[in-house]
Design a binder for this molecule. Structure first.
Ligand SMILES: NC(=O)c1ccc[n+]([C@@H]2O[C@H](COP(=O)([O-])OP(=O)(O)OC[C@H]3O[C@@H](n4cnc5c(N)ncnc54)[C@H](OP(=O)(O)O)[C@@H]3O)[C@@H](O)[C@H]2O)c1
Length: 324
């Protein structure tokens, strides 16, 4: 049987690496990695070449005709680009339609949330979805909950500090909001399953490995480490104050990446802990189908097992180039 051809944009990123690894492990895909020309000399790109992978270069802003030439014979396009760049893929979407790509997986892999001013990133992503729908292009929108890697509090001994980018020691609104969570490695593995399955064509699909409140996360960490967490409490008013502050900080210095991450984090806090959007119920309300039911044999890592990895020094800190 011929292999499914996949054009992956963002293969050297956090989620993209997870997707690439899963596609290669699966063995039934032929992967082309699209790399922007300016990044051609990065060591991460050299590593792709060293693996013998097909790498093509260009810009997402290239002409539709040029991008369509790169997409000849491609079944599936997957985008997993820098979140703040979402919106630059209009020409690629046109090109995918022109080249008769069967399925376009836009840059998703986040938490479900309605459009309309809650999370700027969600609003950008929904504009991209509209571009796909306008062309009647085959699609699958995949959302996965929030990564375990950015969901853990720090412990007083400091033994998690090597891997924790954002310590979650602020308990918001009593810590009782359930949230869908996932290990980053499972994002790639389940994406490989999803794009092989016709039931997910022209659908929004959600998956997750666990559904936990902050209080449950904190109990698991305390139980596993035997350490008493140092926690503070935040209210909805604190979340909104933080949002206002970060909005102002980004307006004052739009090029400051740390400010953008903090603003995004504040918007996530509003969506996850105040509005409680990141749940199966809201995902289904928004029209998603439950990927856990489609792939009941797929075993997601549980958060408690992730904490074992964290304690054993087996977790990589996401975004090593970003300090907050
Ligand atoms: N569920 C969660 O908890 C969670 C957490 C984080 C992210 N996400 C989501 O996952 C998705 C991917 O984000 P990420 O943080 O994994 O990505 P990332 O690590 O920032 O990786 C970005 C990748 O895209 C490439 N890239 C960036 N801008 C590009 C552009 N304009 N044109 C072409 N390639 C470009 C980068 O390559 P070069 O820069 O080397 O060219 C890199 O390979 C986003 O939708 C984000 O919202 C979800």
């Amino acid at each position: 049987m011929s292999k499914q051809t996949v054009f992956l944009v963002g293969a050297t990123g956090e989620t993209g690496e997870s997707i690439l690894r899963a596609l290669l492990d699966d063995g039934s895909f032929e992967v082309t990695c699209f790399i922007r020309t300016a990044s051609a000399h990065k060591p991460s790109v050299q590593r792709l070449k060293d693996k013998g992978l097909k790498v093509v270069f260009g810009e997402l802003s290239d002409s539709t005709e040029n991008l369509a030439n790169l997409l000849v014979g491609i079944d599936t396009v997957i985008l997993s680009i820098f979140a703040f760049d979402v919106g630059v893929e209009a020409s690629l979407i046109q090109a995918a339609s022109m080249a008769r790509v069967k399925r376009f997986v836009p840059c998703g892999f986040g938490t479900p949330c309605p459009r309309g001013g809650v999370m700027a990133l969600r609003d950008l992503k929904e504009v991209v979805h509209d571009q796909i729908f306008t062309l009647h292009l085959g699609y699958t929108i995949i959302d996965v909950g929030y990564w375990y890697e950015i969901s853990s509090p720090r412990v007083p001994s400091g033994k998690f500090d090597y891997a924790i980018m954002v310590p979650r020691n602020k308990v918001i609104e009593g810590g009782t909001a359930p949230n869908m969570l996932i290990a980053k490695k499972d994002v790639g593995a389940i994406t490989a399953r999803i794009i092989k399955d016709d039931r997910t064509l022209n659908k929004r699909v959600y998956v997750c490995g666990d559904i936990l409140t902050q209080n449950e996360i904190n109990s698991i960490v305390e139980e596993k480490t035997g350490e008493k967490l140092e926690l503070t409490n935040e209210t909805t008013a604190d979340v909104r104050k933080d949002l206002d502050q970060m909005n102002r900080a980004v307006q004052d210095d739009p090029s400051n990446l740390a400010h953008k991450y903090r603003l995004s984090n504040a918007q996530y806090n509003l969506s996850k802990y105040v509005r409680i959007d990141n749940t199966p119920e809201i995902a289904e309300y928004l029209g998603y189908i439950d990927g856990r039911k489609l792939f009941p044999d797929y075993v997601f890592q549980k958060f408690s097992d992730f904490v074992n990895d964290l304690a054993a020094g087996r977790v990589q800190r996401p975004y090593p180039h970003v300090s907050l």
